[in-house]
Ligand binder design. Sequence first.
Ligand SMILES: *[C@@H]1O[C@H](CO)[C@@H](O)[C@H](O)[C@H]1NC(C)=O
Ligand SMILES: *[C@@H]1O[C@H](CO)[C@@H](O)[C@H](O)[C@H]1NC(C)=O
Ligand SMILES: *[C@@H]1O[C@H](CO)[C@@H](O)[C@H](O)[C@H]1NC(C)=O
Length: 421
Amino acid sequence: MCYYVHFTICFLFYNVIISYGFMQGKTVIQEVFKWKQISYDFDGVLYNTNTNYERNAVGAQNNSEINDADKFFIQYNNVPIGMEVYEDRVFITVPRRRHGIPSTLNYVRLTGNNSPALKPYPDTGSRKEFVSVYRPRVDVCGRLWMVDTGHLEVPGERKQIQPPAIVVFDLKTNEQLLRYELKPSDLVNNRSSAGLTSITVDVTRDNCEDAYAYINDLATEGMVVFSMKARNSWRLDHRSFVHDDSAMNFTAAGYVINWKDGLFSIALSEPDSEGKRRAFYHPLVSTQEFSIDTEYLKDSKKFLGLNTYLGDRGSNTQSGSHDYHAPSRTMFYANVAQDAILCWNIDTNMAPNNVVVVAQSPKKLAYISDLKVIGDHVWVLVNQIPKFIYSTFDTNDYNYFIHRLKIRDLIRGTVCDVRGF
Ligand SMILES: *[C@@H]1O[C@H](CO)[C@@H](O)[C@H](O)[C@H]1NC(C)=O
Ligand SMILES: *[C@@H]1O[C@H](CO)[C@@H](O)[C@H](O)[C@H]1NC(C)=O
Ligand SMILES: *[C@@H]1O[C@H](CO)[C@@H](O)[C@H](O)[C@H]1NC(C)=O
């Protein structure tokens, strides 16, 4: 497109496009998937409409009086919440917060179909093995980590089906490497397990067995740490894990949110010259950010009493997931209170003027439920969950999205682009 003689004009034109894209918050959002409603593919059998029984199931009969609790698939209730990417596979979780969810841990392939049916991972048997999985994580050793909360979270019918557990798969062989049940001392009460909604893995490629995992507990506002080598876990409690009452009642996807969610997301820096990482974290209902060297998380006795306050991000910066891009030293936030993505360069002070909106769309970023940095892109899963909770989806319209955004386009010309990435 750009001929040599027209270089200057092309360059100007290019800049106009970029600024337009940035101001509109549209052009840089690349659509990967979008769904009106979720469908499933169980070994080639497509479920794309309400179905009382699993087809071919032994003893299945046509009984239209069946209770919701016993129904195989109630399509409307299937809201995707977590996401992760590994090569050409995109993992998508559907926690069991209503009846009629056939499979909580699923994947699709990046093949060109932009509304694919979800397939259970690693196979159809997993639908009965796992109860409720939120935000999984792929580590540098090619493993998929998750917490199965074991908790059926249907309003008015909450039930702990099995103990919450950390589960790890080898993504090359799809074999389960680990299932570790959390200890009663990792939890506060019978609400804690439903709050285990993300997992962050601290490991290097040259020492895969010596991995630590940091799990948020947003319900009873704490952190659970797991050592793979020691096969042990412990709970940390700290005032910085607790939501901030004065940050309540923000608007997300058009609805006022009065939840009291504590610790929501933990993101790690790259290791420094001594191999130490920093963990950055925040409650959902808060505009503050906290940070701590991970060595303090690895030793339960060291942590209590430390001051971990880093700074305030500014008004309306309540955010869910966040993730770090090492080449640009930038943190990206799923800013649910502005239907936006925020950036912050970790070499700058944590203060409102260093935390800026880099993409915003009341339609395409209406409640970013998960956000991951994959290579040089930010990936987001958008699900408008406040609308599901407080109103009703229009099932003729697209309700769930996965988008990709190029980091270079997002941060160019902003305060986050300190090093000219
Ligand atoms: C199941 O039964 C209902 C009501 O008796 C009937 O309307 C429906 O067609 C039946 N479905 C199948 C698949 O047989
Ligand atoms: C949790 O415990 C409370 C009382 O301590 C009880 O009323 C409630 O039914 C329990 N909920 C679950 C899901 O077990
Ligand atoms: C949030 O709303 C509740 C109920 O209306 C109110 O009691 C509370 O003071 C509000 N908090 C803030 C920080 O606005």
